[in-house]
Design a protein around this ligand. Structure first.
Ligand code: IPM
Ligand code: MG
Length: 379
């Protein structure tokens, strides 16, 4: 595909967002030079940066830019310290991140978790539990379930009590878990197709012993599985899956999860890979023609405690660029070039603080920018 027409919206957001985005764009520029490509990158504010610049977490101009782009490269949003200053509906997580997911129908969230052998020390599990290194793909449904189901509200309850002069007043918070057959089918299809390109195993996570949603989920995924006879399908309750990730993570290839379970299990899996700072993610919508509109972001948050100090690990953001090249632009060779350059920098001993091992005499502690420059240089 010619890249001349490819438009990327780069929304750095808050906290460490801008500094890791800077390194990701540095790497993208190196890719352009190496492969003779040219992308049109436009930066725009989002999150608290959007509120400060234009009064909203997702300013109209930023949303418009996203609509006109072929892919969104996102940093991270949210600064909990500032939350009390605005209503919950206007906070960046809901007003920007969840809004974009819904607006663009980004129902499939792919979170590849890899622990390279060389970073084995950063994994909290004993070496014998790590096998030949971890390689799990969490496929998380992203636009349904408890995140979006209606009703969703907090209401006041006034309860008359027999013999009491005053009624009892309290609050009741309601979130609703809703999934339809088509929603489950389309995310299951993504998981099965992904498994075909990997070790051909899908573990579908549910709570079918308690939840109506879990029963439907299991039924639909089982039926979908018949269309993929070459892929092994197993079902696992979510509580057991959380435990199995700690006990024997190498049993997993693709983990197929509904929205909230995927949110939780992907963080747990990320911890096994040494650091959230290493984890990219792709959120995809439906494919139109050759192109899949996608949203690419690190799985970690804004990390306000280390923001602006050149301490953040830019690798998750940089690997998110690789996912963008792969899934939205079908530029597999360029995607691999980024992943190889990251391995190269790590292989050379470069470490940001989150993956630094003081016991390793060959490790060199570097900052955000130096890591970005090394990776760009290796391209
Ligand atoms: C994630 C994050 C978000 C989520 C938050 C920031 C709303 O934790 O992408 O995993 O819960 O989906
Ligand atoms: Mg999360």
């Amino acid at each position: 595909m010619s890249s001349a027409c490819l438009k990327i919206a780069a929304l750095a957001g808050d906290g460490i967002g801008p500094e890791v985005m800077r390194e990701a764009l540095r790497v993208l520029r190196a890719i352009e030079r190496r492969f003779g490509l040219q992308f049109q990158v436009t930066e725009a504010p989002v999150g608290w940066a959007g509120i400060d610049a234009a009064g909203k977490a997702l300013p109209d101009a930023t949303l418009q830019l996203c609509r006109e782009s072929d892919a969104i490269l996102f940093g991270s949003v949210g600064l909990p310290d500032r939350d009390p200053t605005i209503p919950k509906e206007e906070r960046p997580e809901r007003a920007a991140l969840l809004r974009i997911r819904k607006e663009f129908g980004l129902f499939a969230n792919l979170r590849p978790v890899r622990l390279p052998k060389i970073l084995a020390y950063a994994c909290p599990l004993r070496p014998e539990r790590q096998g030949e290194g971890l390689d799990v793909l969490v496929v998380r449904e992203l636009t349904g379930g408890l995140y979006f189901g209606q009703p969703k509200k907090t209401e006041e309850v006034i309860e008359a009590r027999e013999g009491a002069a005053q009624p009892r007043r309290f609050h009741r918070a309601i979130d609703t878990m809703v999934y339809t057959t088509p929603e489950i089918e389309r995310i299951a299809r993504v998981a099965f197709q992904a498994a075909r390109l990997r070790r051909k195993k899908v573990t579908s996570i549910d709570k079918a012993n308690v939840l109506e949603n879990g029963i439907l989920w299991r039924e639909v995924v089982t039926r979908m599985g018949q269309e993929f006879p070459d892929v092994t399908l197993e079902h696992m309750f979510v509580d057991n899956a959380a435990m199995q990730l700690m006990l024997k993570p190498t049993q997993f290839d693709v983990m197929l999860c509904e929205n909230l379970f995927g949110d939780i299990l992907s963080d747990e899996a990320a911890a096994l890979a040494g650091s959230l700072g290493m984890l990219p993610s792709a959120s995809l919508g439906s494919t139109t023609g050759a192109q899949t509109f996608g949203f690419y972001e690190p799985a970690g948050g804004t990390a306000p405690d280390i923001a602006g100090k050149d301490l953040a690990n830019p690798i998750a953001q940089i690997l998110s660029v690789a996912l963008m090249l792969r899934y939205s632009f079908q530029l597999e060779e360029a995607a691999v070039a980024i992943e190889t350059a990251v391995s190269h920098a790590i292989g050379q001993g470069l470490r940001t603080g989150d993956i630094f091992n003081p016991a390793d005499p060959t490790a060199l502690k570097v900052g955000t920018q130096a890591m970005g420059e090394a990776i760009a240089g290796a391209i």
